[in-house]
Ligand binder design. Structure first.
Ligand code: B1M
Length: 224
């Protein structure tokens, strides 16, 4: 892997947003953290998609493994999540194509009881960047609020994100409520998140499952 990408990943795992952060095990104060390293990577013309998929996302996956093994606690996950959020802010303008047509309204949300928003934010940013008019409803949004937003905005697309096996069932509630409201045929429902699979997506009657933001764009283009 490119050394700079490796540094970004290591610093994200260590929860170091910038050079003022110490890091967990050793005093790294003064050395560049995630934000400085991401800016440097952009200056070196490393594609923003590579920074996301080869450094930041695998870094978060490793944080999840450390949490599972009991080595990391919730505050450690939060420190890495903050790095991810700050890095996404820096990358956002570089992921946006300014010369594109409007591809339609897209309501996106993390489902009820689920507070994970990093993946949803990345997907929303990339959808926005490729021409969708994205309305982000936030985290822990119940089915009623999602369907109301779809009705109000007359959205053609709904994107649902879930990171917990205990919250993924809320996706089906949204689809059922869209049916009850008589608008299921007017919207394309896209689902994603770590515990979601193609099989689950079909089981609950979603229109498409996307592994990540780039997969979502490709699959949506195919349906258009
Ligand atoms: Co949580 N957490 N967490 N967490 N957390 C996981 C998900 C977990 C797998 C960690 C682990 O044990 N290995 C585990 C879930 C286990 C399970 O359900 N089986 C877990 C747990 C248990 C918990 C708590 C219960 C911990 C506790 O309190 N005891 C708690 C629950 C809170 C709640 O939601 N009610 C909790 C809390 C948190 C934090 C708040 C500390 C923090 C979230 C901060 C935030 O989001 N603002 C956090 C984090 C950071 C994680 C991990 C480490 C990283 C998630 C992440 O941001 N990944 C995560 C472990 C892991 O996933 N490996 C974990 C990076 C992100 C880019 O990837 O979100 O997968 P992801 O998004 C991807 C794709 O999935 C896809 O595209 C994205 C971009 O590539 N995608 C879509 C996502 N949504 C999509 C929607 C689409 C299409 C694609 O269409 C619309």
């Amino acid at each position: 892997m490119n050394q700079l990408l490796d540094e970004i990943k290591k610093n994200l795992i260590a929860g170091r947003v910038d050079s003022e952060d110490e890091g967990f095990d050793e005093d790294l104060t003064g050395q560049p953290g995630v934000t400085e390293l991401v800016k440097k990577a952009l200056e070196e013309n490393i594609p923003p998609a590579d920074i996301l998929t080869k450094a930041l996302t695998p870094g978060m996956e490793e944080v999840g493994e450390l949490f599972e093994q009991g080595e990391y606690l919730v505050p450690d996950m939060l420190a890495s999540a903050e790095c991810m959020a700050e890095a996404t802010k820096i990358l956002k303008p570089h992921l946006v194509d300014t010369d594109i047509q409007n591809k339609g309204k897209f309501v996106i949300a993390t489902v009820e009881e689920d507070l994970h928003d990093i993946g949803k934010n990345i997907v929303g940013t990339i959808l926005y960047g490729s021409g969708y008019d994205v309305q982000d409803l936030g985290t822990s949004v119940n089915a009623q609020a999602i369907v109301e937003a779809v009705k109000e905005s007359k959205a053609q697309y709904v994107g649902l994100s879930a990171l917990l096996t205990s919250t993924m069932h809320h996706m089906k509630e949204v689809i059922d409520l869209l049916k009850e409201s008589g608008i299921r045929d007017q919207v394309t429902v896209c689902v994603g998140g770590a515990p979601i699979s193609e099989e689950f997506s079909q089981k609950i009657g979603a229109d498409l499952y996307a592994e990540d933001a780039f997969d979502a764009i490709q699959k949506l283009e195919k349906r258009a």
